[in-house]
Design a protein around this ligand. Structure first.
Ligand code: A3P
Length: 289
């Protein structure tokens, strides 16, 4: 791994947090993917732990899962060898999170079904990242939002540039059979998102079970749920709440007008050819039917 700075390492043209190794990333090339595996992939701060909770609940209620002390152990990060577990020994269904780009995912994944990609409007994404950087010891804590924004736009952050991640995953749309979801649609109608995930994964949950998933993955319930809210992470590594605001449009409280205009221009330049429709504002949220 090439060390970019204290917090970011680089390998195969991709940025990582420094708690992984080249050997571990190389093992992914021959990682055997089972038909029943489920992967939730995101650019960081797009709703990963939220989708993680939903998928865990769906699987628990439809046939059961082995019990693990918390969601991170239940659904580990593929690219970080926490505890160096041998995943081939895990019973099915195995659940994984990842922030990897498609080029680094296990090649067998292409033919398998269980893939969900969640994206979030990048203005809220960078604001969430800014706040998270202040509480997470594995990330540099920029003094100002301006500093965070510069690093984010340059891709000088753990998962590289948001624009590249979204573009790379959207480009796999036709080959990979992925369920694409947005954070915003989950905020607007969590029940509809849960049903979408169930039907994509082929889980047949009763109405009562769907209700339970929705209840247990609501912001309020998750914030109090010790298995789901990451308060199990030692304070030295994470000194605040993983679940912060959970809203659409918080960027308006943080971006200056000039920053917003510049961001819009960069977004246009980078993504104009892509058919991406984000909800940027909580007012748009209310106007939805
Ligand atoms: P905010 O910082 O804007 O509140 P990730 O899991 O990818 O790191 O994303 C974290 C973001 O998802 C945080 O956003 C967090 O609050 C939000 N989030 C997590 N669970 C949520 C839920 N049940 N409902 C709404 N937002 C949620």
């Amino acid at each position: 791994m090439e060390r970019i700075d204290e917090y970011i390492c680089r390998y195969k043209n991709y940025n990582f947090g420094c708690s992984t190794t080249t050997e571990h990333i190389d093992t992914l090339e021959t990682f055997h993917v089972r038909d029943s595996d489920i992967f939730v992939v995101t650019y960081p701060k797009s709703g990963t732990v939220w989708t993680q909770q939903i998928v865990i609940l769906i699987c628990e209620l439809d046939g059961g899962l082995n019990d693990y002390p918390n969601n991170m152990e239940q659904m580990p990060w593929l690219e970080y060898p926490e505890g160096r577990q041998d995943y081939s020994l895990r019973p099915s269904p195995r659940l994984f999170n990842s922030h990897l780009s498609p080029a680094l995912m296990p090649p067998e994944l292409k033919e398998k079904k269980g893939k969900i990609y969640v994206m979030r409007n990048p203005k809220d994404n960078v604001v969430s990242f800014h706040h998270f950087s202040q509480i997470c010891a594995d990330l540099e804590s920029p003094r100002t939002f301006t500093e965070t924004l510069e690093r984010y736009l340059e891709g000088n952050v753990g998962a590289g540039r948001w624009f590249d991640h979204i573009r790379a995953w959207c480009a796999t749309r036709d080959q990979y059979n992925i369920l694409f979801l947005t954070y915003e649609e989950m905020v607007l109608d969590l029940r509809a998102a849960v049903i979408k995930i169930c039907s994509f994964l082929g889980n047949n949950l009763s109405e009562a079970a769907i209700k339970e998933v929705v209840h247990k993955s609501s912001f309020k319930t998750m914030k109090e749920d010790k298995k789901a809210n990451y308060r199990f992470v030692p304070k030295e590594r994470l000194s605040g709440d993983f679940l912060r605001k959970g809203k659409i449009g918080d960027w308006k409280n943080v971006f200056s007008v000039a920053q917003s205009e510049r961001f819009d221009q960069i977004f246009q330049e980078q993504m104009a050819d892509m058919d991406l429709k984000f909800i940027w504002d909580s007012a748009e949220q209310k106007e939805e039917p």
